[in-house]
Design a protein around this ligand. Structure first.
Ligand code: PLP
Length: 386
């Protein structure tokens, strides 16, 4: 099996710990361990955890806590994985056979794009549409989906809220996607890892429950600010979830015992509420900072404000390739952001704004400070990003 490089993750893995300012992340400033383990009693209990192989599909209390987030789900509908990444990996591996067609919402987190192709699938892109009437927003084009999905479609992949645009898609869209899938017998993989990280606090509707062949993947890395736990999950029909368990045997066997124990704490209802409200307050404090910075540069940038997640997907009007621009920012200013090239869309940048606010301000200052001399399209006027 040949894997195409997963360009964004490759860049992040290579450089995220080398740069002074990393704005390539899409989640919020992570929690500390002592924000999950509080009080002497809990601390003692945590310290007494045995570093064993834990229940390999996730302990029952953790699966039960996850199941409670999805109407009608039970522990048998849930498998705990190492991050949302493993949930996506196992699901795609389980479903896609050579010759299958996979219809994928783009732009998107490109993990399943690469995997579906590696497993022999034919990847068909379903582009989001940028609606610029009034307040600009990214929307789904369900009529286009109807044209792309056929009896050969094995899987439809969506990401809601969407990475990289931060757009939230509503129930009416999800119902239409479900009915298109039903007509062809396709499965749906809905990556909902940013659900719960909405700026306005209105939870994104889930795909769960809209057809019998829905698999939701998610985890604690984004909305919960706990990427270091590496806890993700698959929620799906029990027979499907049972079948993916043996795939897990070939990947990582089990989540870490400590991570499982900490994830249980994170999902205790009052603490979960506190964590999500912390995320919301980071997003609402920080987005205006990046928004003002972008708006203060004339017509150099345009963007649809994100509904969720600590990312803004920005179109820039400079005649320079996005990877080149990002490389210059990294090498000259030690700031890392994601080029639109990594989503197959040159001319865009994804900027993460979930970090500490002072850090964010300093990083933006440095970007502006690049003093990048660029010819304004057509007019020949020299502009600066600063
Ligand atoms: C949409 C999406 N799914 C999955 C992942 C991977 O999540 P995790 O870190 O939990 O493996 C990411 C990470 O950026 C993501 O953006």
């Amino acid at each position: 099996m040949k894997l195409e490089p997963f360009a964004m993750e490759r860049m992040q893995s290579t450089y995220e710990n080398q740069v002074r300012f990393n704005l390539s992340e899409s989640g919020v400033n992570p929690l500390r361990l002592d924000e999950l383990v509080d009080g002497a009693v809990d601390r003692d209990a945590f310290f007494a955890e045995r570093l064993r192989y834990t229940q390999s599909n996730g302990t029952e209390p953790l699966r039960s806590a996850i199941a409670s987030l999805y109407d009608g789900a039970t522990v048998d509908h849930v498998q705990v994985t190492n991050g949302g990444a493993e949930a996506n990996y196992i699901t795609t591996w389980r479903l896609v056979e050579p010759g299958d067609e996979v219809v994928m919402m783009v732009p998107n987190y490109m993990q399943t794009w690469g995997l579906a192709r590696a497993f022999g699938g034919t990847l068909i892109e379903w582009p989001l549409v940028l609606d610029e009437r009034g307040r600009s927003r990214w929307r789904v084009d369900t009529a286009a989906l109807e044209r792309l999905v056929t009896v050969r479609t094995r899987l439809i992949i969506i990401c809601n809220p969407n990475n990289p645009t931060g757009a939230r898609f509503e129930s009416s869209d999800l119902d239409r996607i479900a009915s298109v899938a039903n007509r062809s017998g396709a499965w749906i993989l809905a990556d909902e890892i940013y659900r719960g990280a909405e700026r306005d606090g209105r939870e994104t509707p889930t795909m769960w429950g809209r057809t019998d062949r829905v698999i939701v993947t998610s985890g604690l890395s984004k909305a919960y600010g706990l990427p270091g736990l590496r806890i993700g999950w698959i929620v799906g029909p029990p027979a499907f979830v049972a079948s993916t368990w043996s795939y897990h045997d070939y990947t990582t066997i089990a989540p870490g015992a400590l991570s499982d124990a900490l994830a249980q704490r994170a999902l205790e209802p009052p603490r979960r509420e506190r964590i999500l409200s912390r995320t919301r307050s980071i997003l609402n404090q920080n987005f205006p900072v990046v928004g003002e910075w972008l708006d203060g540069r004339g017509d150099l940038f345009s963007y649809a404000p994100p509904d969720a997640g600590a990312i803004v997907y920005v179109r820039y009007r400079i005649p320079v390739n996005s990877t080149e621009l990002v490389t210059r920012l990294r090498t000259e200013k030690s700031v890392l952001i994601v080029p639109g090239d990594h989503f197959g869309m040159d001319g865009y940048l994804r900027i993460g704004f979930g970090e500490d606010i002072a850090y964010l301000r300093s990083a933006l200052e440095r970007i502006g400070d690049l003093g990048l001399r660029i010819a304004d399209r057509g007019s020949g006027i020299i502009q600066r990003m600063s």
